[in-house]
Design a protein around this ligand. Structure first.
Ligand code: ADP
Ligand code: MG
Length: 273
């Protein structure tokens, strides 16, 4: 009857409120396939991510580790809405309790949800790097904020007016990191942000990520560098063949690793130098 129905609705509302307070991102049942043409022009669907779940709370740093090809970058691209057009995506991505569609992902991308891509090829080859860091920033403060980021990452004023081809790989990585660190960012997705960085820039990047989390932002850090992950993350999502095998606490990797549950994760722990 009507009375019961109301009670049910109230319960659902309360759940939503509780939910939206602590959870920033909730990926559930995510699957990604690609339509591909093989021999004889037969079309096949190649499934690369299946039934993947991941939650990021406000103020939390979640490291994503897993072998190459396990779907880490695709997870990032699915959240950001930048998968290629032959990708078939299903599952839910909730951001602040809101179910994201492609249009909404585009609105949030580069503003509330920022990205440090794995490849420096994401930079526009025809745009000066200073301008690229300013994209999406409030016009009034854009130049000032960009300069701050540049000096923080050891980039010089003269570098602002350079094009990507004029900078070294390490410098381009620092430009990429700068593009994602902006005041309005709420969720930062870093896809292997640290290779090629010299030790100082690595420290600065880790500190910067910790600072963002302290401000209540959520961070997904995809990395091969399990030591960096253990150093700054709150939890470690272990990927294998397109799915999350286990989400472990950093403390689970301490001692004998006896709290780790999955054999693959245990093997990963054993392989730590
Ligand atoms: P990683 O964990 O190394 O970041 P990726 O997420 O880049 O892995 O890729 C996961 C799998 O999906 C890989 O096997 C890769 O070959 C495949 N893949 C990625 N992009 C495409 C694409 N556009 N079409 C077909 N397969 C793809
Ligand atoms: Mg990758």
């Amino acid at each position: 009857n009507n009375m019961d129905k109301n009670i049910d609705e109230i319960k659902i509302d309360e759940m939503k409120i509780e939910y939206s307070e602590s959870v920033l991102l909730d990926v559930s049942g995510l699957s990604v396939s690609f339509n591909q043409y093989v021999k004889n022009l037969k079309q096949v669907e190649l499934n690369v991510i299946h039934d993947l779940n991941l939650t990021v709370k406000k103020g939390e740093i979640v490291a994503v580790v897993g072998s190459s090809g396990s779907g880490k970058s695709l997870l990032a691209h699915a959240i950001l809405g930048i998968l290629p057009s032959n990708a078939v995506v299903s599952g839910n991505i909730l951001y602040n309790g809101e179910l994201l569609n492609d249009k909404r992902k585009k609105q949030l991308r580069g503003r509330e949800i920022t990205f440090i891509p794995q490849s420096v090829n994401y930079l526009d080859p025809l745009m000066k790097v200073g301008k690229q860091v300013q994209i999406g920033m409030d016009k009034k403060d854009a130049s000032k904020n960009q300069k701050k980021l540049f000096s923080r990452y050891g980039l010089k004023t003269k570098d602002e007016v350079k094009y990507p081809f004029e900078l070294s790989g390490g410098m381009l990585r620092r430009v990429l990191i700068s593009t994602s660190i902006r005041p309005e960012a709420n969720l930062i997705i870093a896809d292997e942000p640290t290779p090629g960085l010299h030790p100082e820039a690595l420290e600065e990047t880790k500190n910067q990520i910790k600072e963002l989390a302290n401000q209540g932002k959520g961070v997904i850090m995809i990395t091969h560098d399990i030591h960096s992950a253990l150093d700054i993350a709150d939890k470690i999502a272990v990927f294998y063949a397109g799915s999350t095998l286990e989400v472990a606490l950093v403390s689970d990797f301490e001692g004998e690793g006896e709290n780790l549950r999955h054999p693959y994760t245990k093997a990963l722990w054993k392989s730590l130098p």
